[in-house]
Design a protein around this ligand. Structure first.
Ligand SMILES: Cc1cc2nc3c(=O)[nH]c(=O)nc-3n(C[C@H](O)[C@H](O)[C@H](O)COP(=O)(O)OP(=O)(O)OC[C@H]3O[C@@H](n4cnc5c(N)ncnc54)[C@H](O)[C@@H]3O)c2cc1C
Length: 424
């Protein structure tokens, strides 16, 4: 079984970095070099803060270098729901911030000239059932009432924009787009380095302890002392801070990319360059890449090591949506951990004085991790939590965590059944 990630084959060059080999002292230390950690590092370095990043493997090795690269504004909940859940004031600021992640991501790409095949051509959420169509149109309406650049898409227009008549219609978010995610995260890291951030790769943070008013993070060959520490490890969170790992449930998401599709065969597929993820509970998400491949994603088995033999789910999706690609082979297969939270909201946690974490993006991390990375930087610079457009909470490990895997498996089967029944 082999796993090969499309993004690694076509990414911008990796940043120059080495392992931590000596003791360092900085103002802020970040653990994890994905979107969260690199966006935080860039934001801090631009403010003149002395910042270092420790990454266990390489920049973007986690979910950031493996995502679908879809930049999707908003959270699982609709704006109306968020305002009901968090109150009119904080709820409205969350809606505004989550709705603006496209500006956040594409703004950074433009300002720092990040070469990452960035395309801001919108995102489609096609509905596979009448019930989910109603919900999708409600969501669209909820954004539209707030002036967002979104619109309902009827059945025939959806068929035209996707290149398949599988769906009943849906909506389009024109604030959205897609990026080559490994190039994007490398670009953030490079911009952070240029602004003065220190990035250390192959440097797992092994322990975290308090040293007077400061924190010390030890690696194999050196330690970093910092006034503030930001943990940005998402679905790859380990035991560095007791209990943090138990605040998210890592679920495997699997993607496969076809060989580049000849124009005659592929010209009707996503002809206007949209990204798409459908309304299934176990959703199918898809887009084209800069070389004309179709990338299809969906749930994967629970194993870490997934490769060509695990493509059944995405092969089914491709064959159903685009039967003309039935004989078009996949060239790349890969998978990674999506960090789910129990409340379906990303978490911005204060763990202790000067110790913060952001994680649990529920599959919306390209935009949201970029945003929460900047918000972590704000917190580290002393911006009061009440001025952050997102709830800053204490860590709440999931009760009965050892059983969450079992529950997740049961839920996956239940969702599959409901998706099937609802599609009838
Ligand atoms: C297959 C897949 C497809 C996805 N598709 C999309 C999509 O299309 N759109 C979207 O918005 N979101 C998508 N997501 C979700 C998104 O990729 C993530 O939410 C986002 O990348 C999280 O970024 P991050 O920086 O918080 O974490 P990560 O990118 O996972 O980075 C965490 C890093 O922390 C490091 N680390 C862990 N422990 C330590 C330690 N002790 N010391 C040092 N380093 C450590 C890890 O090595 C890792 O590199 C997808 C995810 C997957 C897996």
């Amino acid at each position: 079984m082999t796993s090969s990630c499309l993004w690694a084959s076509s990414a911008a060059p990796d940043v120059q970095a080495t392992a931590l080999q000596a003791d360092r002292a900085v103002d802020v230390l970040i653990v994890g070099a994905g979107f969260t950690g690199c966006a935080a590092a860039l934001s801090l370095a631009l403010r003149g803060v002395r910042v270092a990043v420790l990454e266990a493997k390489t920049v973007g090795w986690g979910a950031s270098g493996r995502t679908g690269g879809q930049v999707i504004p908003g959270l699982k909940y609709d704006p109306d729901e968020l305002e009901a859940m968090f109150g009119a004031e904080l709820g409205a600021r969350m809606v505004q911030a989550a709705g603006a992640v496209g500006d956040e991501v594409f703004g950074l790409i433009e300002r720092h000239a990040i070469d990452c095949d960035a395309q801001r051509k919108g995102w489609l959420q096609p509905a596979y059932s009448t019930r989910s169509l109603d919900l999708a149109l409600q969501r669209c309406d909820s954004w539209q009432r707030r002036g967002a650049n979104v619109g309902a898409v009827d059945r025939s227009r959806m068929a035209q924009l996707l290149g398949t008549d599988h769906y009943l219609g849906g909506w389009e978010d024109r604030r959205a787009g897609h990026v080559q995610p490994l190039s994007y995260v490398r670009g953030l890291a490079l911009a952070a380095q240029r602004a003065g951030a220190e990035i250390y790769i192959n440097s797992p943070a092994l322990s975290l302890s308090q040293q007077g008013a400061k924190w010390q993070v030890a690696c194999a060959q050196g330690a970093v002392v910092a006034a503030q520490v930001l943990i940005a490890t998402n679905g790859y969170t380990d035991g560095l801070w007791p209990g943090l790992r138990r605040t998210v449930v890592p679920m495997m998401s699997y993607q496969a990319a076809t060989v580049p599709i000849a124009a005659a065969l592929g010209q009707s597929i996503l002809p206007e360059g949209h990204a798409a993820s459908d309304t299934r509970r176990l959703l199918w998400y898809f887009r084209r890449d800069a070389h004309g491949r179709l990338i299809m994603g969906g749930r994967g088995p629970y194993r870490e090591d997934q490769g060509a033999d695990d493509d059944q789910h995405v092969r089914t999706a491709v064959n159903r949506l685009f039967p003309q690609l039935r004989n078009t082979p996949f060239e790349f297969h890969w998978a990674g951990r999506v960090a789910m939270t129990q409340d379906h909201i990303p978490h911005l946690n204060q763990l202790e004085q000067g110790l913060w974490a952001a994680l649990g993006y529920n599959g919306r991390g390209v935009g949201m991790a970029t945003l929460l990375g900047r918000l972590l930087a704000d917190l580290a610079c002393g911006v009061p939590a009440k001025d952050i457009p997102f709830p800053v909470t204490s860590m709440r490990p999931i009760v009965g965590y050892p059983f969450t895997r079992l529950v997740a498996r049961a839920l996956t089967n239940y969702y599959r059944l409901r998706d099937t029944l609802e599609a009838r």
